[in-house]
Write a protein that binds this ligand. Sequence first.
Ligand code: 13P
Ligand code: MG
Ligand code: MG
Length: 396
Amino acid sequence: MIQKKRLTLSVIKADVGSGGGHTRPSPKMVQAVESVLGKAITDKVIIDGHTCFTGDDLALIMSHTRGEGAEVIHLNVALEAFYRATDVAKYQGQHGAGQDLLKDATSGNLRGCGPGVAEISFDHDPGKHNKVRPSEQVLVFAADKCGPGAYNLPLFLTCADPMYNSGLLQNAAIQQGFTFEIIDMDHTEGDRLIVLQTPEDYYRIATLLRDELRFAIRRISSRAFPELTVAAVSADRLHNISGKYSGKDDPVAVVRAQGNLPATEEWMMPWIIGHEVAGGARGGHVMPLMPVAINTAVTGFYCLPVVSCLAFSVAPDGRFSDHVVDMFSNPAWDYVRFNAQRTAIQGRRQGFFGPRVMLPTSELEYGGIADVLAGLEGRFEVRIPTDAPAEVLAEE
Ligand code: 13P
Ligand code: MG
Ligand code: MG
């Protein structure tokens, strides 16, 4: 008989190199990661594992019983896989080999080292006897050319807004609301967190989440069943780790669906917006986030931000990779993609000018614009008009 177990799903992503620019990792890099995951399954370090990529970011999805932040999962499996893929990338001359491996993992896990980490743990005991989670349905989102705050709007809308999730009107457990853990990503000395709850904090949560460059949802849990973690997001900003622009943060999120939580189709709903996010080329633009199939290269103009979504069921023994569903590959999303491209083209026609198309200078401080502005500093001169008031002239 299969024992009830505490299962952890770890989704760990990194950009360790890509072909011809920031497009996609090479097939041999993907193979290198798959062989590390395959060995981890054979050695019973993990129960199951799946590798995919979104743009130039490789994502490892793993189920295991070793808990969140486990050294063996983070370092012996994920980091090892990224090192192997980096070796391949270097050998092949790929662009940005090892890009996201910014710091050595001295604390025994990968948080704050560059790779993005989203982990969720739960008692896994599916079956009719289990009234809270009769089965376990999971979605993994992976986005490229944007930051963790990109998930703020879609996750919030599904959990809090009946215009995007009528399940809030129909399901008593969902209607009780959700607990949001929000992180201040500008704070680098430890995690600065705030916990707020819907429905009563709806406007306060929205006030924070509108600033996607600073605040990101890190975790959501159910109020009806507080032990049910609903969503976890990799909410680190690389430039705060490395002190310079080193690529965007390209976040992953793991989300649970169905049975007392929003249904899969309700989690899908807000992605029809193609909401505009910070990202795109050189991480310095405002562009819509376009849903794409998993394993899609970024090849359009100005690196349009993209997001993929993979859905799967977790078997009683913790396996999941026999059959995964590529949510955004369906033609239903072609219309959304068309609209996202249209919005992007409309914005880019305005080129570099105006707040809607490029990020504010404060966000570009890690890029070349800061150097250009610094170089111009000494060439500014302050001229006092000769007819200025006497006291101003006296100060001269
Ligand atoms: P990545 O963060 O995906 O490497 O993209 C970097 C970039 O700025 C592309 O223009
Ligand atoms: Mg890259
Ligand atoms: Mg990327």
